[in-house]
Design a protein. Structure first.
Length: 249
């Protein structure tokens, strides 16, 4: 009969083995079961702690993970995006349902550094005669957002063959508005707005020539509304800014 001092059982139990083979086996079995139960309980506690570490503070993923996301950031992204009832009546048809994700955008171009230290993002799209889309990137902090915006703004201003920077209103911390020069996107106007740890982008596609029509009034009005929603969320307020009364040119 194996005694508790032999083999791998020496660390599992110090129970005294009773006389009699049947009783001895029973005691040994119970002792081993208790040992295994302690191991399983310890593993369970470890998994529970690991799980909490991934979600505490509204975050998921480890600190060294490039795909780390923020659940609280995703909720902020969702709240900052304008719902349908905050849009002009003529632009309330949903083309892309409002959604947000606790991770960095999967596609980061022009420049790619604009998504460095991003922890959440969201987007929504509407249309009527024209098409408009809003997206927001949430960064780990305001410093990371400002650095990303600086890189983004510099890329736009130094790419004269691709973009035409427009003389438009600026919003709060910083913003830039531009048109694309490619024939396929010549009627697209884009405004990029920095506010706290957020960068919001508004795309507006119109079938007319912005330079020769009043169409620029509509995206400008939407940009003012979006800039205010970004400011409100950055300040910890419930976003209430709306463009419901805006007339679509």
């Amino acid at each position: 009969m194996i005694t508790p001092t032999e083999g791998p059982y020496v660390r599992c139990t110090t129970k005294r083995v009773l006389r009699g083979a049947g009783v001895g086996v029973l005691v040994l079995s119970l002792a081993l079961t208790g040992c295994q139960g302690k191991k399983n309980k310890k593993k369970s506690r470890g998994k529970s702690s690991a799980s909490r570490s991934r979600t505490v503070g509204g975050t998921s993923g480890g600190s060294g993970n490039k795909n780390v996301g923020s659940l609280s950031g995703a909720r902020q992204a969702q709240s900052v995006l304008p719902p349908a009832d905050s849009m002009p009546t003529a632009l309330r048809t949903v083309t892309s349902p409002l959604s947000s994700r606790a991770k960095a955008p999967t596609s980061c171009k022009d420049p790619s550094s604009k998504c460095k230290n991003a922890v959440a993002y969201g987007d929504v799209g509407y249309r009527g005669t024209d098409i408009t889309g809003f997206d927001v990137i949430v960064y780990s902090n305001a410093r990371a957002a400002k650095k990303a915006f600086t890189s983004w703004d510099s890329h736009i201003r130094n790419s004269a063959s691709k973009y035409q920077v427009l003389d438009a209103a600026t919003y709060d911390a910083a913003s830039v508005t531009f048109q694309f020069k490619s024939a396929s996107d010549a009627n697209v106007r884009e405004t990029v707005i920095l506010q706290g740890k957020f960068i919001g982008t508004l795309d507006y596609r119109d079938d007319t020539d912005f330079a020769n029509s009043g169409a620029s009034d509509t995206p400008a009005g939407l940009a003012r509304m979006y800039a205010e929603r970004l400011r409100q969320v950055a300040a910890g307020e419930t976003p209430t800014a709306s463009a419901a009364g805006l007339k679509v040119s």
